[in-house]
Design a protein around this ligand. Sequence first.
Ligand code: SF4
Length: 291
Amino acid sequence: MKVEIEPGSGFCFGVENAVRIAEEALRAGEEVYCLGEIVHNDIEVSRLKALGLVTITYDQFAQLRDRKVLVRAHGEPPSTYEMAENNNITLIDATCPIVHSIQEKIKKVKLVNSQEDGQIVIYGKQDHAEVRGLMGAAGEKGILVTGKHDIGKVDFTRPVWLFAQTTRSKDEYELVAEVIRLNLQKAAPDYPGNHLKVYKTICRQVSDREPRLRSFARENDVIIFVSGLKSSNGRMLFDVCRNENRRSHFISSTEEIDPGWFANAQSAGVCGATSTPKWLIQKVAEAIEAI
Ligand code: SF4
């Protein structure tokens, strides 16, 4: 049986950057705290913990004074920066540059349109760290929509500026945008100030993986998808594989591999989420080869 790793697998550049920044600080002998898990992957979190990275909760952050705290790739709302300043915390900012630029765009939209009675709608996952940061940037103008089912939170008689969490599915984002557009037209067809502005904020590091994974899943008899359970793009990208190949299996570690999955298979493909380290993908491929 041939075992192949999807060539584009491994961390996206935002996560890679954050992990590199953390490793550099730790290597320099600094005591580094990370606000929330640096990546949605327990095995990678344990590896960095062994190097000295201390993961803290938001409650622990509020109690902390005079320390260095890493802001992970997901970014943080303005309130975190304010609290750090008040508590003499030095932030090591590893916010992904893409997320940072979306936060800045949201702040700008909010400022430029402060006279308009508009709404900044963020399409994303409830309580996701990146979404908290984007909602923080939107302030009182922000409305979180998690899918078509709660679209009713939007007032369709007022303008909408629409943004998405970077790791959402492109197709679902387009669907949400279309439903808002139709509702705006229905609610106030003749109101000229009524508009929808859709910002293309889905990250290409994720959206480009979708078509690649689709063909990869078709080309292999069995797919082993490696991801942490908490990874939001992990669930989404696994569904992409599963829709193409029913013999797709989601695992978080090599211990979960079932040799029975490979019965009569000529090929197995290994791939993962943007939060899955390449070293783990390689380890999984080696474990399958050993089987
Ligand atoms: S998925 Fe894209 S936006 Fe999100 S951290 Fe990775 S590179 Fe940055």
